[in-house]
Design a protein. Structure first.
Ligand SMILES: Cc1ncc(C[n+]2csc(CCOP(=O)(O)OP(=O)(O)O)c2C)c(N)n1
Length: 371
């Protein structure tokens, strides 16, 4: 990947979104960003995108069948997630919201590890240290503070510079209205922390459109905090990969934070508890359908890969296997005991929590005595 040295010099990079692949699947040049991807790499990205979508549609169906308590669909946001997730190195850390299922997959979090939380079996059971993918955060914007603190820790541990590590903090457009996000931006800028804020502007914060969150394009917010902001076509996996890689490289080398605004669209409901037809114009949805991130890569592969038919068949087979594994795995999950929830709150024993657990156990035992 080539990067023009001066690209980050201005406080913002714009005004147009960086694009390397048109909705029709044609590669386009950008003066500052490029990715060098072989046909093999493209096949890999296509596979990631399809698997992420399949996991998502399967989980949505499982929620509808009553097997999951809730699911936040990521339909339409696959390129933003796979492009940014694939820009991370093994030494980097991602701090997700609750919708980064595609990033989870490419970080090696097992699909069932992810779904356990949405079935209410645990609080998020994967290992953030092993995967570099931290736990889902439901409190809007809170993870941007965790990410900034973690990035400051990396800096203090001397992990910035050659072979450095960086942090990628995910947030939504609605989250930019939270005080926590402004605090994270202030600290990241003042401390020159190695953190990239990756905002998936998916058009909506539940039923609130982005226009109600901001008077200016979100990437321009970064200027006021003293670091660069850049807008990228969030449905273009190549552009997202190129821009996120460059931003992370800058952070790792000590250049400080960047805000990436990936313009995408949440095709489905906010969560399975939401009905977007109550607040969203169907024409808007149809217009975004024409910008589908997977169709774009498929169109490109159609031009560049003579073996496309076999690739599609193989990925389809793999996606089918994933779906089956998820279906059976979710149904086979044992119900947790009522006291199990106390086990994974703290890494080490905690006196106050142990007392609560004992009180709860006594309460449960009181029922047995009566009957
Ligand atoms: C601090 C806080 N306030 C309110 C909520 C309720 N809430 C859940 S999701 C959401 C909208 C988030 O929108 P956005 O940041 O754009 O992310 P998206 O879900 O669209 O990816 C809100 C307000 C919450 N979870 N946390």
């Amino acid at each position: 990947m080539e990067q023009v040295a001066s690209v980050w010099d201005g406080a913002e990079v714009g005004p147009e979104a960086v694009q390397l692949l048109t909705p029709q699947g044609r590669r386009v040049e950008h003066p500052s960003f490029a990715v060098d991807v072989s046909v093999q790499d493209l096949r890999g990205l296509y596979r990631d995108l399809v698997l992420a979508r399949r996991l998502d549609t399967e989980a949505t169906a499982l929620q509808r069948q009553g097997e999951l308590g809730l699911w936040p669909p990521a339909l339409g946001q696959e390129a933003a997630q796979i492009g940014s997730g694939r820009a991370l190195t093994a030494a980097d850390h991602a701090f997700p919201t609750y919708r980064e299922h595609g990033v989870a997959l490419v970080r090696g979090v097992g699909p069932l590890e992810l779904l356990r939380m949405f079935r209410g079996v645990d609080h998020g059971g994967w290992d953030p240290v092993a995967t570099g993918f931290h736990l889902y955060t439901i409190v809007i914007g809170a993870q941007t503070l965790h990410a900034t603190g973690y990035a400051m820790g990396l800096q203090r541990d001397g992990r910035v510079g050659d072979d450095g590590s960086a942090v990628l903090a995910y947030l939504g457009d609605g989250a930019t209205s939270e005080g926590a996000v402004s605090e994270a931006f202030v600290w990241a800028a003042a401390m020159n922390a190695p953190v990239v804020f990756f905002c998936q502007n998916n058009g909506w914060a539940i039923s609130e459109p982005t226009a109600k969150q901001t008077r200016i394009p979100l990437y321009q917010r970064a200027r006021g905090f003293g670091f660069p902001g850049i807008r990228v076509d969030g449905n273009d996996v190549l552009a997202v990969l190129a821009v996120t890689r460059a931003a992370l490289a800058r952070a790792r080398e000590g250049g400080g934070p960047v805000l990436v605004e990936a313009v995408t669209y949440r095709m489905g409901a906010h969560t399975t508890s939401d009905d977007p037809t109550r607040y969203r114009d169907p024409d808007e949805v149809a217009a975004w359908k024409a910008r589908d991130p997977i169709a774009r890569v498929a169109a490109l592969l159609g031009r560049e890969d003579p073996g496309l038919a076999e690739v599609v068949a193989e990925v389809e087979r793999e996606a089918g296997e994933l779906a089956e594994r998820v279906r059976h795995g979710v149904r086979a999950m044992p119900d947790p005991g009522p006291l199990d929830m106390y086990d994974s709150v703290y890494a080490e024993p905690n006196v106050a929590l142990a007392r609560e657990r004992d009180e709860h156990a006594a309460y449960l035992a009181s029922f047995e005595e009566v009957s």
